[in-house]
Design a protein around this ligand. Sequence first.
Ligand SMILES: [Zn+2]
Ligand SMILES: [Zn+2]
Length: 135
Amino acid sequence: MPTITGGCLCGRIRYSADAEPAFVGLCHCHDCQKFTGSAFAAVIGLPKSAVAVTGALKGFTKQGDSGKPINRMFCPECGASVMDEAEAALGIVMIQAGTLDDTSWVKPTSQIYCASAQSWVELSGEMKSFDRTPG
Ligand SMILES: [Zn+2]
Ligand SMILES: [Zn+2]
């Protein structure tokens, strides 16, 4: 897999990673809808140790459904949602797929929190679907 690169809307935040994604998935939870300003989040899970970030992200931490905090990081200049980190999944950084330079390889294999998906969203049977989490 070639180096994964991406960044925010204004370009002040850039990241790169030399790693195979641990997962590619969608989340339909309300917090992800708020964070992305969209119907759902499409995220690439990467080992945190493999991700190098340039530029200063701002973080907002809120308790997730697991009861553990999720730190959601965005560009303080342009407001783009860039990545988040859940204490429930230590060591993994979830990159917002829309911030990748090359999205051609992105193919989500699972989706979570389908119970709160927006009504118009057609949930594909090709992905593993969970009402909440797989756990
Ligand atoms: Zn920016
Ligand atoms: Zn979510």
